[in-house]
Ligand binder design. Structure first.
Ligand SMILES: C[S@@+](CC[C@H](N)C(=O)[O-])C[C@H]1O[C@@H](n2cnc3c(N)ncnc32)[C@H](O)[C@@H]1O
Length: 261
């Protein structure tokens, strides 16, 4: 269980609503992988896109007229954007850890890169399994440790504050999955982990990229702008990771597929 401030998360994502789509190349790539799996394995039915953001996943799935898509997000502005993109058939503002749906409401739940913002990944999975019908499938992706490790290390040379969110470790994720496997109603857990490196020209564009996708809400972060000296120190510390292709920032992703029996 991690402490997260859901109000700050919703505000950070609402602020990023205009820039998210241009900056979300990694999110798109991971979303495409989940979408492919849903299209191949779920022939029809009610699908929930949990943490839909601007509605990319919902919109792609909606093209299949055998699906009825519900888009849910914590952020009012993200949901509004998803709706103005005509991404889904139904739009609901809500929290993945307390889904406003009855048990067994959906044939499939898909959630791309939203669960790392939850207090408890286990709670998020239990909730998403609860709203699935028997035989329904859950397709999830989340970020895990040591995502953004270069930025975390560089910040540690500048001050003692938390600037990068804590991600769940692969080991804890496996423990959660093992506990779920003990539940006789869950089967076929497939977990696939991989790393993706993004490259930036400089520290400004790297930090801006996180802001543009709304990934800036942290539990104990002091508010206020970063000073010039602080930014220079960060740039100097980050320079040790630079090579001829640019400044790297690495994301570690876990993709999960779970079937409810
Ligand atoms: C990185 S974006 C991903 C958006 C979308 N799934 C995509 O693939 O582009 C994460 C989204 O999850 C939402 N989110 C974060 N925590 C949430 C929660 N507890 N319940 C519902 N949505 C949440 C955010 O508001 C944001 O829109």
């Amino acid at each position: 269980m991690r402490l997260v401030d859901k109000n700050s998360i919703a505000v950070a994502f609402s602020k990023a609503v205009q820039t998210y789509d241009q900056q979300a190349s990694l999110q798109r790539e991971i979303a495409d992988s989940l979408i492919q799996q849903v299209l191949q394995n779920v022939p029809m039915g009610k699908i929930l896109d949990a943490g839909c953001g601007t509605g990319y996943v919902a919109q792609k799935l909606k093209k299949n007229d055998q699906y009825y898509i519900t888009a849910l997000d914590l952020s009012e502005m993200m949901l509004y954007k998803a709706e103005s993109n005509h991404s889904a058939h139904n739009y609901v503002q809500g929290d993945i850890e307390a889904l406003p749906f009855k048990d067994g409401s959906f044939d499939c739940v898909v959630s791309n890169l939203a669960m790392q913002w939850c207090h408890s990944l286990e709670m998020a999975m239990i909730e998403q399994l609860r709203v699935l019908k028997l035989g329904g499938q859950l397709y999830l992706s989340t970020l895990i440790q040591p995502s953004l490790w270069e930025l975390k290390k560089a910040w540690q040379t500048v001050d003692n504050e938390q600037h990068v969110m804590d991600f769940i470790s692969g080991e804890i994720l496996e423990n959660h999955l093992a506990q779920l496997e003990l539940n006789p109603k869950v089967d076929h857990i497939v977990c696939h982990c991989y790393a993706k490196e993004l490259l930036f020209n400089d520290i400004f564009s790297l930090l801006k990229s996180l802001q543009n996708i709304g990934a800036t809400a942290l539990p104990q972060r002091k508010k206020g702008l970063m000073g010039k000296d602080q930014l220079q120190k960060l740039a100097d510390a980050y320079a040790i990771y630079q090579d001829e292709s640019g400044l790297p920032l690495t994301y570690y992703v876990a993709e999960l597929r779970v079937t409810k029996l």
